[in-house]
Design a protein around this ligand. Structure first.
Ligand SMILES: *[C@@H]1O[C@H](CO)[C@@H](O)[C@H](O)[C@H]1NC(C)=O
Ligand SMILES: *[C@@H]1O[C@H](CO)[C@@H](O)[C@H](O)[C@H]1NC(C)=O
Length: 286
């Protein structure tokens, strides 16, 4: 059972205003997104991800045609979540943008300090060298397993992309009878908690496709690649490496890497899958 009371939660609004004004450099995403989008209809199809790989032209897009504009768009179901003790629930937050956004979840005390730390550790390639920024969507889930009183209170999704930062918030309220001892250690089928549905990055760059997982027992992670030539194994490509945290690293990205990268998390209880569409952009610096 979930309740979304939205705008009536003045605390949430006050908090996010505070955060946005104090963090500084906050500018209007919607406007920058609109102007970016109007010039770049093509990206809509890439972000929608519904097309076949074969539909994408091999000569486009070149970032030369792009307005070198940064943007970010974040969505989450904000408001009040009324949860029963012992149940499990997830919150989902999504961010699209350029440079590729990162998502974090924070709660507890000293929110502003936590946010400043996150800004500090989030480095995008755009600020570290002259390479054109990548563009991506990221999806993140916050799992509340076996809700208890310690889960009550505000929780914030923090999305960071270059100089942009946006906070979305929910408040968790707990109700229902107290839990019996030991009622929480139940097996849970795998859930992929973080991945990038879409990633557009310049050819030659190194990219990481995250695939964070959750479950009890802990799921195994592996990847399949669906490209022009059908499904291939990771082992056949020396530029591709499976990382310890379940992510996939692709070195010196090539046009041929265009494709759908499917992360599979499985355990004896089942599996979850998430697909990342990788689009290698042509560099305009050549
Ligand atoms: C942000 O994303 C949401 C969901 O995908 C979409 O409905 C909304 O129009 C986007 N905002 C802008 C300004 O494009
Ligand atoms: C996960 O899937 C792979 C491939 O289908 C399989 O070999 C493996 O046994 C599965 N792992 C578990 C724990 O079921």
């Amino acid at each position: 059972m979930q309740l979304h009371s939205g705008k009536s939660l003045t605390t949430i609004i006050a908090l996010s205003l505070l955060v946005q004004t104090t963090v500084g450099n906050y500018i209007n995403f919607a406007d920058s997104l609109r102007s970016e989008r109007s010039n770049e209809d093509m990206y809509d199809s890439v972000f929608d991800g519904a097309n076949l790989i074969a539909d994408y032209p091999s000569t486009l897009p070149s970032t030369k045609f792009e307005k070198n504009k940064e943007w970010m768009n974040v969505t989450m179901s904000e408001g009040l979540y009324l949860l029963m003790r012992g149940q499990s629930n997830e919150l989902k937050c999504e961010a699209s943008g350029k440079p590729a956004p990162e998502i974090y979840w924070i709660r507890g005390a000293e929110i502003q300090i936590q946010i400043n730390k996150l800004r500090h550790i989030t480095r995008t390639c755009y600020s570290c060298n002259r390479q054109e920024p990548d563009m991506a969507k990221v999806e993140s889930k916050y799992i509340i397993n076996c809700v208890s009183d310690t889960d009550a209170g505000p929780i914030h999704c923090v999305a960071i992309s270059g100089r942009f930062i946006e906070i979305k918030s929910a408040i968790i309220k707990i109700e229902g009878p107290l839990l019996r001892e030991g009622s929480c250690n139940i097996p849970q089928s795998p859930i992929i908690t973080k991945f990038r549905p879409t990633l557009l990055s310049v050819q030659g760059s190194t990219i990481i496709l995250p695939c964070d997982t959750w479950g009890n027992p802990r799921p195994q992670t592996f990847w399949q690649i669906r490209g022009d030539t059908g499904t291939t194994d990771l082992e056949s490509n020396p530029r591709i490496k499976l990382l310890k945290d379940g992510g996939l690293l692709i070195k010196s990205l090539e046009w041929n890497d265009l494709g759908e990268y499917v992360c599979i998390a499985n355990s004896s209880l089942g599996e979850d899958r998430a697909m990342t569409f990788v689009y290698p952009l042509k560099s305009s610096i050549q």
